[in-house]
Ligand binder design. Sequence first.
Ligand code: AMP
Length: 283
Amino acid sequence: MRRVATIAEMRQCRDDWRRQGLSVALAPTMGFFHEGHLALMRRAKTLADRVVVSLFVNPLQFGPNEDLASYPRDLERDAALAAEAGVDALFIPTTSEMYGADFQTKVVVSGLSQGLCGASRPGHFDGVATVVTKLFHIVAPDVAVFGEKDFQQLAVLKRMAADLHFNLRIVSQPIVREQDGLAMSSRNSYLTAAERQSAVCLSQSLALAKQLARDESVSVAAIEQAVTEYIEKQPGFVVEYASVVDGESLRHADAVGQNSLLALAARVNGRVRLIDNAMLRRS
Ligand code: AMP
C-alpha cells in the first residue's frame, strides 16, 4: 500500500492507473478505523481495480465548539488495517495541503443540508460537500463508497454528485454494528464504560420503532415519542432529534411509507454525540 501525502502525488498515482486502464474506487474517511471503515474498504475492492482511502480530519466540517482538536487519531494502526484490507493508496494530506491560506470556496447543497444533523451543526454539510468535491477532483474515482450510518451525508453527496455532474457512481454500505447493536463509530471511543453500556439504547430504540411501525394505528408522532422516551430513560442521554423521514428527500413523513427512515441523534452527558438510523416498514 502506498502512503500518499500530496495532491500532486495522488494525481500521478491516479494517472498511472488510468493509463493502465484500471478503474478506481474511493472511500473517504476521517480515520481511527473500525469494522465499519473496513467494510467500506472491502466493498470498494469489489467495485474497482484499485482502492484509494482518504484519511483527513476535515476542519471545515467541524463547528467552533466541536471535537476537531480531540478527534481520535492513530495513523500507524490505521495504515496497517488499511493495508490488510487490500487498500492500494492511503491518501493522507495535511490541512495546509487541502486548504491553502487564501481558500474561499464552498459547496452548498442547500435543501438536504438543512434539517436533522444540519439543524444543530450549521455549516457541517457545506464542509463535507466541499471536501468531498475536492477529493473527487483529486482522485477522479469511478465509484465512491459511503456508509449508511451517515444517512444525511449520503443523501447530500448523492444530490451533489448529480447536480454537479460528477462522472462517478456512489455506492452505499449498510451500517456495521457492535455485537450488542451499537453502530460502530470513531466517536464511541469518547464513551466511558458505563455510557458505552447504556448506548445500546439507541439501536434498541430503532428496533422498537420498527416494531411499532408495523402497526398501522401507531402514528409517526407516537413512534418518535416512543423512541425519544426509550433513549431518555438512560441517565445522561438526551435526544437531539428522532424523526421519521423519507429516505431520499429527508422530508418529515406524515405516515410510514415505502421508503421511510427513522433517523436519530442523541447527546450523552452533553459530551458525546451519537447518530443512528433504520428503515421502517408497514408490514
Ligand atoms: P468517518 O471516518 O466517521 O467520517 O466515516 C467514513 C465513512 O465510513 C463514512 O462514509 C461513514 O458513513 C462510514 N462509516 C462510519 N461508521 C460506519 C458504520 N458503523 N457502518 C458503515 N459505515 C460506516
